[in-house]
Ligand binder design. Structure first.
Ligand code: ADP
Ligand code: MG
Length: 680
């Protein structure tokens, strides 16, 4: 198997569609609405389905509720108006000699002008009733007299996505003709046993000969897309490595030793293994570009701290970015506690909090303590950057704001990466002169997404949990069991534990009965009193949120009512119960994240997912969470159910748009593409 260099523009195929016969400005504008600008775009315009028009189903054989293609002649048609002319039905009656079929369109009276009695029509749809035989809103295509019917009939016929004014038949003819003319110009980036050529695949995706052809073609074209993406990533990585000089951040253990000695627990084998990988990167030739994956609670924070210490030991500053203020503040507290005795300055910079105005002035005002003095060997060509005292800067996006220039930046750690877009990641890293980058995520990302989103990053996985953890037991319950659930929670509170209660909304309880935290607060306080309830949601001022979190941490409130805001990273070991109502509103991966907030201490933990009493199907979907604690399995399941955009959180997902590739199914192809590209 061989691969050509990253695919180049294909001059003949790059011609604009206006160079094609029959495509004037009006048609070109319509095609542009479908993102078809060039001949290649046209050839890659993917049918949304195929219709088997080799044999039409006789009208008499149409089955109730089953989608089928039939064909016949219009014998009557007309529009019926009713409800004082505000509603209408357009209907034509089709006869194919076996029976008659009524095709109806509601409130689209202008349809009348598209059809005429004695037209031959192909109809695709589901039979709605038998007496009379009726299909509502079928897809139709008029059979035109003339020589081109071999393109449209007697075959697996492609049905394309269209736009207003663009006829299915016209587009199909255009693609047919263009294929004939341009097929020989399609460049084959590679050939391999088991895959059709690209040219053949492009023909088959439009005009397949058998049932399996479209999928075989799709796989080939998807592989081309993955290869292109992987080669871009590889190229970026190579360019980056060619110009980026690595800062020596491997450290010398003079901070790490006392840190680990005082930590209070031993690192797990999994954590130690990852730290070895990190240290190798930090003292390597190229700046580190690494993704750290570990399920919730696997102990990524300590690993990040050790990594930060290596850079700090080497005299470089470190930036740690978190996706929410709550999490940034929690990190700030933890790291301050950990690093105080090491005399490493820790600064906080969020939208509403700054412990530092300009890091430069503040930093310079410190006397460098002995623990941070550099070994002489380090003060070489990087000396100018190390004149300022190394510090740890913790923050949210605010760390990115212009004018806040982090001096002497050696390492950037991004926590819970999936909340940041790829663009933001780049932006942040460019703050310094190619600092090392560690990206951490607790969303176990299915392999397909990981390789696509983070293909240019190396991967480390913390694949074991710290010892001594209680189990999280998860239960899915219907809403009518809530009284029992409340009794259970009161019981746990009486034993001295704490609980989270999670609702999807902040303010309005919808007509759908989806609960909102502000609306339910008083009710919850009544239900659970005399235990005290605190409230946290995204619309509260940062100070208010923080006070509520502090009270919960201090156990002056026992119950925290919250939205999914709490999802990321928050750590209160005494909280062992979590109730999530309207659980069907959340994705599986998100629920897994949420329940990761409990089960962080030695006590057993309980997560109760309550879904609408009627939502049997929704509850079925939630059962995966009862069955497994394996974040990767859950993420795979979520990907299948909801697709990549949803799983990663809509806009910020940063996923490329594939025409043919499918991230929920194509792991094998992605791996194949990666192997092919890495071999060049
Ligand atoms: P996450 O990977 O979800 O970010 P954290 O870093 O917040 O997890 O760790 C969860 C909890 O486990 C924290 O309270 C942390 O102090 C603790 N922890 C981390 N590593 C160990 C370990 N090796 N042994 C015992 N407890 C640990
Ligand atoms: Mg974390």
């Amino acid at each position: 198997m061989t691969v050509a260099a990253p695919k180049q523009t294909l001059p003949p195929l790059a011609r604009p569609v206006t160079t094609l016969r029959g495509v004037g400005p009006e048609r070109a504008a319509q095609l542009a609405r479908l993102e078809i600008h060039t001949v290649e775009d046209l050839l890659l315009h993917r049918p949304r389905r195929h219709e088997d028009r080799r044999q039409f189903r006789p009208v008499a054989d149409l089955q109730l509720g089953e989608a089928a293609v039939t064909r016949g002649k219009i014998v009557a048609q007309g529009v019926k108006w009713f409800a004082k002319h505000s509603k209408s039905i357009f209907e034509f009656v089709l006869d194919d000699g076996t029976a008659r079929l009524h095709c109806r369109w509601w409130n689209l009276p202008f349809m009348e002008k598209y059809f005429a009695v004695s037209d031959e029509v192909v109809v695709f749809g589901k039979l709605l009733s038998v007496k009379p035989r009726t299909i509502d809103h079928p897809e139709t295509e008029i059979v035109e007299a003339g020589g081109e019917n071999f393109i449209h009939l007697s075959r697996f016929t492609p049905i394309y996505p269209l736009t207003e004014g663009l006829p299915q038949r016209w587009l199909r003819s255009l693609i047919w003709r263009t294929l004939g003319e341009a097929e020989s110009q399609i460049i084959e980036p590679w050939t391999a046993a088991g895959f059709p050529t690209r040219a053949r695949a492009i023909r088959m995706i439009h005009f397949p000969e058998g049932n399996d052809d479209p999928e075989a073609a799709r796989r080939r074209l998807a592989l081309d897309e993955f290869i292109e993406l992987q080669s871009q990533m590889q190229l970026r990585r190579k360019n980056f490595e060619a110009k980026a000089e690595a800062l020596p951040c491997g450290g010398d253990n003079h901070l790490m030793k006392p840190f680990l000695a005082r930590l209070g627990f031993k690192l797990t084998e999994a954590q130690t293994k990852v730290l070895r990988e990190l240290r190798k990167d930090l003292s390597g030739e190229h700046p580190m570009r690494r993704l750290l994956q570990g399920d919730v609670g696997s102990g990524k924070t300590v690993v990040a701290a050790c990594c930060a210490l290596m850079a700090l030991e080497s005299g470089y500053s470190v930036a740690l970015m978190a996706p929410t203020e709550i999490l940034a503040e929690q990190h700030f507290r933890n790291f301050t506690k950990w690093f105080e005795l090491l005399r490493v300055p820790v600064e906080l910079q969020t939208g509403s909090h700054k412990t530092v105005q300009s890091p430069k002035s503040k930093v310079q005002s410190h006397e460098p303590p002995s623990s941070l003095q550099l070994p002489a060997s380090r003060i070489t060509h990087h000396a100018s950057r190390i004149t300022q005292r190394a510090a740890l800067f913790i923050g949210t996006h605010a760390l990115l704001t212009a004018g806040f220039d982090l001096p002497n930046l050696g390492l950037v750690v991004i926590d819970e990466q999936h909340r940041f877009g790829v663009a933001q990641r780049e932006q942040l890293v460019r703050k310094g002169h190619y600092p090392h980058l560690l990206v951490m995520t607790a969303t176990p990302i299915p392999r397909t997404l990981g390789l696509t989103l983070y293909g240019e990053l190396d991967l480390s996985v913390i694949d074991g949990m710290p010892p001594g953890r209680g189990q999280i037991k998860t239960f899915v319950r219907a809403a009518d069991k809530l009284p029992k659930v409340w009794a259970f929670i009161r019981d746990k509170l009486a034993q001295g534990r704490q609980a989270y209660v999670v609702y999807p909304r902040v303010e309005e309880t919808g007509p759908d009965g989806i609960k909102a935290v502000t609306k339910e607060f008083d009710h919850l306080q009544q239900t659970l009193g005399p235990f005290r309830v605190g409230l946290v949601h995204g619309r509260l001022a940062a100070r208010v949120k923080e006070e509520a979190m502090a009270a919960f941490r201090a156990n002056t409130v026992q119950v925290l009512l919250t939205t999914s805001l709490i999802e990321v990273g928050v750590d209160v070991p005494n909280a062992t119960v979590m109730l999530i109502e309207n659980a069907e509103q959340f994705g599986l991966a998100q629920l897994h994240q949420l329940r990761g907030r409990i089960g962080r201490g030695a006590h057993d933990a309980y997560c109760i997912l309550v879904a609408a009493a009627k939502g049997r199907e929704a509850r079925q979907r939630l059962r995966v969470l009862e069955e497994t604690n394996d974040g990767f399995r859950i993420a795979e399941e979520d990907l299948k159910l909801r697709g990549p955009g949803e799983l990663l959180g809509q806009q910020q997902s940063g996923l490329p748009n594939f025409r043919f590739g499918d991230l929920s199914t194509d792991l094998e192809l992605i791996q194949q593409a990666r192997q092919l590209v890495n071999r060049t």
